[in-house]
Design a protein around this ligand. Structure first.
Ligand code: PEP
Length: 249
């Protein structure tokens, strides 16, 4: 039985004050929520502070990136072991902003996936097509290619206990969410694609939707059978909006 997971991607936003305020707000709003996983991914700088602020709540800690190396001469990078050491569990990889601005390839993202699994952490593997790819009818082809980078090298078993976030690039931060029917069709395609290798793994893998989710459109998206919660950007920076999304799940 899958449980939904709603995760906030704070991106490059925050301060010590904001971390404490936002988490205090979330703890208040979410004290009675049950049956839905909740996670936040603050900037890496604030992970330790956030870990203390969520202590004793059911909010889990996440992060926004990981290096493929565990240690050594890689200036500015953060390893899976470091993320584990500070108590992060859900690690976003393959976000379209990193694919675009940092030229991260499917192969590199597959390596990040393997490094996280080896450390006992949970990859949140972001996939999704650009607007041009969508208009060219390539949505399924792109999603399959991004999943296959892991599936064909690490096998279906690698998706046990993992989170996939389907995030159409044209919907991220644009206010233009996919419709529930559009998103459901792609989520079903992703699940069926994994099921071709292993039906049990496909049935349990959490597939979040991401792209302009807010307190108004969340319930309808979550009512779709293959949508298991959301990866939330903008709306995760306000306690009441994020809490409303969690409650909708
Ligand atoms: C994201 O960046 O993962 C995202 C879904 O952003 P937003 O909710 O702001 O569209």
């Amino acid at each position: 039985m899958r449980h939904p997971l709603v995760m906030g991607n704070w991106k490059l936003n925050g301060s010590k004050h904001m971390v404490n305020e936002l988490i205090a707000g979330l703890r208040k709003e979410l004290s009675s929520v049950d049956g839905c996983g909740v996670a936040i991914a603050p900037p890496v700088m604030y992970l330790d502070l956030a870990k203390h602020a969520i202590s004793g709540s059911h909010i889990a800690l996440g992060a926004q990136n990981v290096n493929v190396n565990l240690s050594g001469a890689f200036t500015g990078e953060i390893s899976a072991d470091m993320l584990k050491d500070v108590g992060a569990q859900y690690i976003i990889i393959g976000h379209s902003e990193r694919r675009t601005y940092h030229k991260e390839s499917d192969e590199q993202i597959a390596k990040q996936f393997a490094v996280l699994k080896a450390a006992g952490l949970t990859p949140v593997l972001c996939i999704g097509e650009t607007e041009a790819e969508n208009e060219a009818g390539k949505t399924e082809e792109v999603c399959a290619r991004q999943i296959d980078a892991v599936l064909n090298t690490q096998g279906a078993d690698a998706f046990n206990g993992v989170v996939i976030a389907y995030e159409p690039v044209w919907a991220i931060g644009t206010g233009k969410s996919a419709t529930p029917a559009q998103a459901q069709a792609v989520h079903k395609f992703i699940r069926d694609h994994i099921a071709k290798k292993d039906a049990n793994v496909a049935a349990q893998v959490i597939i979040q939707y991401g792209g302009s989710v807010n307190d108004k459109n969340a319930a309808e998206l979550f009512a779709q059978p293959d949508i298991d919660g959301a990866l939330v950007g903008g709306a995760s920076l306000k306690a009441d909006a994020f809490a409303a999304i969690v409650k909708a799940a």
